[in-house]
Design a protein around this ligand. Structure first.
Ligand SMILES: *Cc1c(COP(=O)(O)O)cnc(C)c1O
Length: 345
């Protein structure tokens, strides 16, 4: 059996709906650079999804979506506040700072990957003089890097906080569909109704080959974003292949059902993991990730048996991810092997 399946949701392949949409788009010569009908269809499908007249841009990956979105919200003397575990901080090789010409990232803490509003207030108010990089953006991740989901009430609170301190609100939604599936809320309730200005909306981890959408809920903030994308090498000439999968996933409903499947698999996987008494959950399982603490010998035994999953340095924590492609029978097979390995120790 394939022992890579829990390593990351981007280990998964292309889902049938995305594949079909790419095949459908693959007919004849059409206009390039986003002037085609697939791109306008995809933008309109996203406007329907969010029930608002948003501005949409397609880029190749999440790092580009995040860093270009942040750059569009700041001047170089500003700062962006985010959680210390945010992808923007830990996994983008400084792209946010680079594309904004040096905007500083200010880190705040908070339980289970969610920013603490008090920590944000502290970061904004502890200095207001000209020597401190002026806080301008608050960036949150939904679902978070630690597999949790901000509730509607938490988002409302964050939206108010941002308004109170005149901060733009950016959401890293690499796993936004998982948050929609987890909460059962309308996408608008998790975004613009809560004060989100810009969303980096992930497609790759949810069944697409490549691509993320940058969604601006306030038109004035999207000004010249097309130039920013082009300069950063993020304007696809054959845009229809980035856009068509969005049409396929939105029209079929797979966008949310893929994510719901991944979330359900994570619940099943956590039950298998917790069937071993020495394994402990580190964060609540609210989306498609399971974070657990395993005894070191069991962790080693799983790795020796060929299971691939990420561990966070020195802490003994392991992350298991599920995707649209995870199969329930593979979760049970993993559980059986896990229990056998644990019994042998
Ligand atoms: C995967 C991921 C991204 C996007 O990463 P890329 O590799 O640049 O596509 C962004 N944010 C979060 C939270 C992610 O998990």
């Amino acid at each position: 059996m394939n022992k890579n399946i829990f390593a990351s949701d981007n280990y998964s392949g292309i889902c049938p709906e995305a594949w079909q949409a790419m095949a459908d788009a693959n007919s004849g010569c059409v206009k390039s650079y986003g002037e085609d009908s697939w791109t306008s269809k995809a933008c309109n499908a996203l406007r329907d999804f969010f029930e608002t007249d948003c501005q949409v841009f397609f880029v190749f990956n999440g790092t580009a979506a995040n860093s270009l979105a942040l750059a569009s919200l700041c001047q170089s003397y500003h700062s962006v506040i985010c959680h210390e575990m945010a992808h923007v901080e830990t996994d983008e090789c400084g792209a946010g700072e680079f594309f904004s010409n040096g905007t500083k990232i200010l880190l705040v803490s908070g339980q289970d990957g969610k920013i603490s509003p008090a920590a944000v207030t502290h970061a904004v108010t502890r200095r207001t003089d000209i020597h401190y990089p002026k806080p301008k953006v608050l960036s949150i991740t939904q679902a978070t890097e630690l597999g949790t989901v901000y509730s509607q009430a938490e988002l409302q609170r964050i939206g108010e906080l941002a308004a109170e301190h005149d901060l733009r609100l950016h959401m890293d939604g690499a796993r936004f569909a998982n948050a929609v599936a987890a909460t059962g809320l309308a996408p608008k309730e998790l975004t613009w109704r809560a004060g989100v200005d810009v969303l980096s909306f992930g497609g790759t981890k949810n069944g697409m080959a490549v691509g993320e959408a940058v969604v601006f809920f306030r038109h004035e903030l999207a000004r010249e974003f097309d130039y920013r994308c082009k300069q950063a090498g993020q304007l696809a000439s054959k845009m229809r292949y980035l856009a068509a999968p969005w049409v396929g996933l939105l029209e079929s409903g797979a966008l949310v059902s893929n994510a719901a499947h991944a979330n359900r698999c994570a619940q099943l996987l956590s039950e298998e993991l917790l069937s071993v008494p020495s394994i402990r959950l580190i964060h609540p399982v609210q989306a498609n990730a399971v974070f657990v603490q395993l005894p070191e010998p069991l962790l080693q035994a799983l790795h020796d048996a060929g299971w691939h999953f990420y561990t966070f340095i020195g802490s003994g924590h392991a992350r298991f991810m599920c995707s649209w492609q995870t199969r329930e029978e593979d979760i049970s097979a993993f559980g059986s092997e896990l229990r056998a390995l644990a019994a042998d120790l």
